[in-house]
Design a protein around this ligand. Structure first.
Ligand SMILES: CCCCCCC[C@@H](O)CC(=O)SCCNC(=O)CCNC(=O)[C@H](O)C(C)(C)COP(=O)(O)OP(=O)(O)OC[C@H]1O[C@@H](n2cnc3c(N)ncnc32)[C@H](O)[C@@H]1OP(=O)(O)O
Length: 286
């Protein structure tokens, strides 16, 4: 049985120890398209060692950074084909600004599995602590496994964020490169869905799609640059649902609604009549 919720839900995965260097951070930022204007001092803070700062979304990739094998969707009670899987949701809460280099360990558990009939939504939570044992960040994510529902589980929540009934306060445009996914995969997600046209076709897409976590990082950076004066330390958390695919080379349009310590947003694809990309998305700030 590909999914056995009685085994999977609550399962703890082996603790992951990981470390990263400034070079990893530089590559991550380049993988998001940073450095397009190398004369902009703010932009240099992402792509040059001097005054380097770290986008908090780096935390979600740090544990597997540099992996060279495709990910496996295999945990206690779950064993499914990578081609059926899409990244469903991602959130991170940062407990301290991420250092430009460091080591940490993370505990990961399968928090829940929702049965959407045509799909299963597998929810993971992780807690990362630094070398001294102090909380570093917490993540919550889900994978959407097409064709894996119908195991008799509960349906789980629907998307829910209500946007204010007014025009957005700002709109941010983020171009992506045609080779964006080929660059981004060097950060540690070698899923062939993002590089191999045959694999993408077998998964139901006309061409390779962009990593969800690439769009997630691109949008977080746009928010930091556009609304927080380029200061990554002001981000307390960022969460979003992946509502539709992005093809490398497309331009992302992010509409934002600001309130006291939260920024609500949606992201869409300019070239495809604002087809949705991120929904239920919230940036929390200090
Ligand atoms: C261990 C390592 C594992 C590997 C991890 C992944 C590795 C990565 O390389 C993979 C990727 O990066 S894939 C790229 C990023 N993700 C995407 O592009 C997905 C974009 N979203 C979609 O295509 C559709 O929304 C889609 C297809 C997700 C859903 O669309 P539909 O099938 O039309 O579904 P819909 O009818 O709208 O909704 C059905 C029920 O599902 C819930 N739901 C929808 N989208 C969801 C999402 N993104 N996350 C979680 N739940 C979601 C809906 O709420 C609905 O449930 P209910 O009826 O109860 O409300």
């Amino acid at each position: 049985m590909p999914i056995d919720p009685s085994v999977a839900i609550g399962a703890e995965l082996p603790e992951v120890e990981f470390s990263w260097t400034a070079s990893d951070v530089l590559l991550y930022h380049l993988g998001l398209g940073a450095g397009a204007d190398p004369e902009d001092p703010r932009e240099l803070r992402y792509v040059y060692e001097r005054d380097l700062q770290v986008l908090p979304t780096f935390g979600v990739v740090a544990p597997t950074f540099g992996a060279t094998e495709p990910p496996r969707v295999s945990f206690p009670g779950v064993d499914i084909d990578l081609a059926s899987v899409l990244h469903g949701e991602q959130g991170i809460t940062v407990h301290q600004p991420l250092p430009v280099a460091g080591s940490a360990r993370a505990r990961i558990r399968i928090a829940d599995i929702h049965d959407k009939g045509k799909a299963a939504v597998i929810v993971q939570e992780s807690e990362a602590v630094d070398g001294a044992g102090n909380p570093l960040f917490t993540t919550r994510s889900s994978i959407f496994a097409r064709g894996e529902g119908g195991f008799g589980g509960h349906r789980g929540p629907s998307g829910s964020t209500t946007l204010p009934d007014r025009d957005p306060d700002a709109e941010l445009l983020s171009p992506t490169l045609p080779q964006q996914a080929l660059l981004y995969r060097l950060c540690g997600d070698r899923n062939p869905l993002h590089a191999d046209p045959d694999f993408a076709a077998a998964a139901g897409f006309p061409r390779p799609i962009l990593h969800g976590l690439c769009s997630y990082g691109v949008v977080c950076k746009a928010l930091v640059d556009g609304l927080l004066k380029g200061d990554t330390a002001r981000v307390a958390g960022f969460s979003a649902r992946f509502a539709g695919v992005v093809y490398p080379g497309e331009t992302l349009r992010t509409r934002v609604w600001e309130s006291d310590d939260r920024i609500l947003l949606t992201t869409s694809v300019v070239e495809r009549d604002d087809a949705p990309v991120l929904a239920d998305a919230v940036l929390t700030i200090h």
